[in-house]
Design a protein around this ligand. Structure first.
Ligand SMILES: Nc1ncnc2c1ncn2[C@@H]1O[C@H](COP(=O)(O)OP(=O)(O)OP(=O)(O)O)[C@@H](O)[C@H]1O
Ligand SMILES: [Mg+2]
Length: 259
């Protein structure tokens, strides 16, 4: 069984890419087959996986537009352990190129229909926008992880995101669920963090992961070395928190341990 998870929040800088890369690396170290899809023209998940954007021959843009194949595009066995569909700024062209095309919103789902079964997990790093790309991600996904930074404006965009998820569920993907809401850059010393965290628990209840990702400088440093934190400093609080998250997710999805 493959679990396709879109990691999404239209608010920028909340830890989507950090979660995608580090959860992906942790799950692959646990023995699962993992594919990470960089679905953001910023290409942060690509560089954070140790792939130089200048060396990419085929990217998600070409894949979505039908110009290249999955096999041509997929980078097998990155430094982070998982396979990667890389992106760079050209992905913005796909948004324009897809306008008016048949099944524009289903492009990622169509690509994955033939390929996803080789993987236990497919993690989609969505861009900070409720754009055509994010809709493609939500239509292709089984579940959504919403990273939220426990700060003042954190909750403002959440209603719009939930509405979008509901719309996608209502129109194209009835099985779509929220796999979890993840508190990131968590600093329990500040009362604001605690306050926002409580509000999240009231609003989302059990959907909020028990695991929190603390603010941890190792998590911020690791991408500049092109490594997941597990490879950069495996005893750091950041690495341990993503290990805990991977275990919680596995239990939540009632998955067997990887063989
Ligand atoms: N737990 C953390 N502790 C410290 N720094 C973090 C943590 N999580 C993320 N960061 C840093 O915060 C910044 C934003 O994180 P990240 O790129 O993961 O967010 P994002 O939601 O993907 O951003 P965007 O919306 O631009 O795609 C990055 O510089 C990252 O290294
Ligand atoms: Mg990002």
């Amino acid at each position: 069984m493959t679990r396709i998870i879109a990691i999404t929040n239209q608010k920028g800088g909340v830890g989507k890419t950090t979660t995608c890369v580090n959860l992906g690396a942790t799950l692959s170290e646990m023995g699962y087959q993992v594919l990470v899809i960089d679905f953001d023209p910023q290409g942060n998940a690509t560089s954070g996986s140790g792939v130089l954007k200048t060396t990419i021959e085929h990217d998600v843009r070409g894949l979505l537009l039908g110009e290249s194949t999955f096999r041509e595009t997929c980078i097998l066995g990155t430094e982070a352990g998982y396979d990667l569909l890389p992106s760079d700024i050209q992905l913005t062209e796909a948004e324009v190129g897809l306008i008016g095309q048949a099944r524009a919103q289903f492009r990622l789902k169509d690509v994955l229909a033939e390929q996803a079964e080789s993987y236990d997990f497919v993690l989609i790093d969505c861009p900070p926008a409720l754009s055509m790309l994010t809709i493609n991600g939500l239509i292709a996904a089984d579940g959504v992880i919403v990273p939220v930074q426990c700060e003042f404006f954190a909750l403002e965009g959440i209603a719009a995101l939930i509405e979008t998820i509901d719309q996608v569920r209502g129109s194209h993907n009835p099985e779509l669920v929220i796999d979890g809401v993840l508190r990131t850059m968590y600093d329990p010393r500040t009362s604001l963090t605690r306050q926002v965290s409580q509000q999240l628990e009231q609003f989302f209840g059990e959907q909020v992961f028990k695991t929190v990702i603390p603010r941890n400088v190792r998590l911020a440093e690791a991408p500049s070395h092109g490594l997941p934190v597990l490879r950069y400093d495996r005893l750091s609080k950041g690495a341990l928190s993503y290990l805990a998250l991977a275990s919680e997710l596995r239990k939540r999805l009632k998955l067997k341990k990887a063989a």
